[in-house]
Write a protein that binds this ligand. Structure first.
Ligand code: GLC
Ligand code: CA
Length: 556
């Protein structure tokens, strides 16, 4: 398999608003990131991905861009960003920007022009439709952020499409001028010297021809519209053209957010010779992950992960992640927030980190931060979950209690609370009032404590990063699932030049039996419990995780 720097890298994702505030206004900023670069370097991070810091009215915290080529004042200035690029490079790391091209803000000059009249030259930059014959919306699509995906514009007397919030009108990729302008903007950033992109919501750019109604058996006002705008036929042409005009000319790393893309589409999306991206975030495993509450079945999860591991082997590359700014905390969802918090955080880490692919760590994951649990709906900011909670109460008869239960389980603010640096006020995130409440558990869960405890989750991550860096097998080796039907244990092999590693993780809070008699352990590389060497692994303690080197007769 071709060697590439980005295959060997470990990526750290920063949500700038919540990472570190340098000037006391309560909002994390670029200078704050710069202050923490030594921390990231020390952890062993190679690549930093920062969520959007462009000019934006912040309807969706920066995923609504109103100027692609300037920085929002609360994050800093373009000079700060240049400084960041420089400082990252000085430390031998790389920087990815997060680029949003499915939509812009409704305050982007293109949209302001577009809505000004039906014959404005920018009209076709967005997706406009007249009212239907009975005066209603053009179709029954629901927005991903709840409510109809169409907004009426009084000024020009038509509806525009917004797959996300109404302040995020969808760009019309059918218009070659839109594609050309986005390419120009992308190259502008690459020429500045950034090292690549995380590409937002990119599987939504192509809409089904004719924008057909979705099936609506229950006769609802609006219905989920994914089948109208997710990974639609024809999208490959847009993305091939895009890559050829941009990414192909640079030694960069790209990762696409690709909801709805299946492993069968892998050649087009991540194929090594002509894929749209170097890797993608697939959603298939994630969809199972979310359902942990009641009916999470580890066997399904293993099957899906393995399908992607084997499906891409030798032809593409996986992006490995268990948290990001759109999810909830893995430790809360899949692990334990109580006594077994550290054990479970390490177990989840071990499970995903040594698969074939580039591992991503979301800020705070490395210290085992947990979900927020705010008492009041007003304490939440996340447009997606707040809209949903309100919609549940206004249209579906939900009580406030039910809406709050929904928020506790699902709000993206669960992962967006300020980074917990130390035990001082507001967790050392800001000297002012934080824009979003700090999780109350910061006195016990914070970076400063983790740094001083050699047995902490932080130090475990640091070790994992070192171990992976030093092993070609753990990076490029093959992956093989073992014990596929075990309901509690995730176990797999990584095999390379005459050596084999075994990863074995009990994903649950009870002891679990395993039959690993076929595998002779040589030595333990990493474990989250004290280990007696030289013994067969027969029983795993709650959330026990091990990475072991097997004796050579196991290698092929
Ligand atoms: C992606 C982003 C998410 C954002 C959405 C709309 O899913 O990760 O945060 O809300 O796109 O841009
Ligand atoms: Ca600030």
């Amino acid at each position: 398999m071709a060697q590439k720097w980005w295959k060997e890298a470990v990526v750290y994702q920063i949500y700038p608003r919540s990472f570190k505030d340098s000037n006391g206004d309560g909002i994390g900023d670029i200078q704050g990131i710069i202050q923490k670069l030594d921390y990231l370097e020390d952890l062993g991070i190679d690549v930093i991905w920062i969520c959007p810091v462009y000019q934006s009215p912040m309807d969706d915290n920066g995923y609504d861009i109103s100027d692609y080529k300037s920085i929002l004042a609360e994050f800093g200035t373009m000079a700060d960003l240049d400084d960041l690029i420089d400082q990252v490079h000085q430390r031998g790391m790389k920087l990815l920007m997060d680029i949003v091209m499915n939509h812009t803000s409704d305050e982007h000059p293109w949209f302001i022009e577009s809505r000004s009249s039906k014959d404005n030259p920018y009209r076709d930059y967005y997706i406009w439709r007249p009212a239907s014959e009975d005066g209603g919306r053009p179709n029954n699509w629901e927005s991903i952020f709840s409510g109809p995906a169409w907004e009426w514009d009084d000024q020009s007397q038509e509806y525009y499409l917004h797959v996300f919030s109404k302040k995020q009108p969808d760009l019309n990729w059918e218009n070659p001028k839109v594609r050309r302008d986005l390419q120009e903007m992308t190259n502008w950033w690459l020429d500045k010297g950034i090292d690549g992109f995380r590409v937002d919501a990119i599987s939504h750019i192509k809409k089904a021809p004719g924008l057909p109604d979705m099936p609506n058996p229950d006769n609802k006002e609006v219905v989920p519209s994914f089948a109208g705008h997710m990974n639609q036929p024809g999208i490959n042409d847009f993305l091939t053209e895009f890559r050829q005009a941009t990414f192909d000319h640079y030694d960069i790393m790209t990762v696409g957010e690709a909801n709805g893309v299946a492993v069968e589409d892998a050649a087009e999306w991540v194929g090594e010779d002509h894929g749209h991206f170097d890797m993608i975030f697939q959603f298939e495993a994630l969809d199972l992950w979310g359902s942990q509450g009641g009916d999470f079945d580890l066997r399904d999860y293993k099957r899906v992960m393995t399908k992607w591991q084997k499906g891409l082997e030798g032809m593409g590359w996986n992006a490995l992640y268990i948290e990001n700014h759109d999810l909830v905390r893995a430790t809360s969802a899949m692990g334990d927030e109580g006594d077994l918090r550290e054990k479970s955080a390490k177990a989840l880490a071990t499970m995903y980190f040594f698969m074939q692919g580039t591992p991503y760590i979301y800020q705070g994951q490395e210290i085992g931060m947990t979900n927020a649990h705010f008492d009041r709906l007003e304490d939440y900011d996340d447009i997606q979950s707040v809209n949903r909670a309100k919609y549940m109460m206004d249209h579906e008869g939900a009580s406030l209690e039910e809406a709050m239960a929904y928020m506790w389980q699902n709000s993206r603010d669960n992962v967006r609370t300020p980074m917990q640096w130390d035990q001082t006020m507001h967790a050392g995130f800001t000297s002012g009032q934080p824009w979003l409440k700090v999780n109350e558990n910061y006195p016990s869960i914070n970076v400063s404590r983790s740094l001083s405890d050699p047995d902490s989750i932080y130090h475990y991550y640091k070790k994992m990063i070192q171990i992976r860096r030093e092993s070609q097998t753990l990076i490029y080796g093959s992956y093989e699932l073992i014990l596929p039907d075990h309901p509690e244990v995730y176990a797999y092999l990584r095999q390379g030049d005459g050596e084999t590693y075994l990863v074995v993780v009990n994903m649950f809070d009870n002891p679990s039996q395993v039959d690993l008699s076929d595998y002779q352990v040589d030595f333990t590389v990493l474990a989250n419990y004290p280990i007696e060497e030289g013994k067969q692994i027969k029983q795993l303690r709650p959330y026990e995780a091990r990475l072991v080197r097997l004796q050579n007769e196991n290698a092929n």
